[in-house]
Design a protein around this ligand. Sequence first.
Ligand SMILES: Cc1cc2nc3c(=O)[nH]c(=O)nc-3n(C[C@H](O)[C@H](O)[C@H](O)COP(=O)(O)O)c2cc1C
Length: 318
Amino acid sequence: MKSIVIYFSQTGNTRQVARAIQVGISESEGECDITRIQDVGNEDLLKYDLIGLGSPVWHRREPANVLGFIEYSMKSLEGKHAFTFCTHGLYPGHFIGRVVPALRLEGLMVIGWKNWYCSVWVPEHPKPYFTDGHPDEIDLREARDFGQEMAERSRRISDGETNLIPELPVGREYHELYPGPGSTDRAGRRSYPDGSLDMIDLRSFDFKVNMDKCNYPRCTLCIDNCPTGSINFSVSPPLFRKNCDRCFFCEQICPRGAIEVDWKPISDFVQKSVIDEWVKVAGEAAASGRLRRLVPPEKVGLKTPWYTVKKPPRLKPL
Ligand SMILES: Cc1cc2nc3c(=O)[nH]c(=O)nc-3n(C[C@H](O)[C@H](O)[C@H](O)COP(=O)(O)O)c2cc1C
């Protein structure tokens, strides 16, 4: 059996989980390849029998580049076995409920899925965050076990066994398992429990490039690391195209702090309207055993959003 784990990761959580899954698969069924999503194409995938795809949750769903990858780079894979996994903060949202059907639509047989609470470095979110410290050794052990389970399940299905694939939770059940009613993301898109989205004006978010600080064309870090290829510096002022997923990685990694966002209004909004809900959701997740708190509740940085803790560059590309 030939297997591969494909991952998208900006801050390393999904990469760590993906590597542990790879180890689990190798232990169970022999060699397993691993690759970043950016480094693999449709042709490369044809030789695999089992394909795993993992990513962070963004705006309570899969990042746009991950959906694009499924739709454009996972062609002609009918009948092959697949699994998916994600890492996230407090809101796994609709990731599993959207990615599993998207893979099925391409004809893959989806044999399993799993999600992990992980650390969060979002500028307007508390630092330390409720789920910081994950993935830890226990999570990575779980990821390894999951890899073993996927490899074994794939083999048993190939040997003719049936009834090994769990049902996707649906409707209300899904909603209870992955709490968080429809939400509005930073680009103003509203998502609903069934996974559907309203597209509002993506360009409305206020951010700009300060050309006095920017070192283009000597530096192209933001362009090179934009998952949707949305940044166009060949025009003046530089353009953030409509397909921008509002991850703001460009703002977080710019060595000169040249991409400027006024975080205060959004952080004020968080303080005023949502932080109490986050405290409640974290409490419920911990009480139900879904979240093992590594940051004690009193240590969560409710009054210290990440953007106030460190000036850009706050993050480095992997
Ligand atoms: C743009 C953006 C949106 C995010 N949206 C969510 C979300 O809706 N729900 C959630 O639980 N976590 C959210 N997160 C947190 C990430 O899912 C989490 O930190 C993830 O583990 C990051 O994975 P990585 O380190 O592999 O990049 C978001 C992070 C970013 C950067």
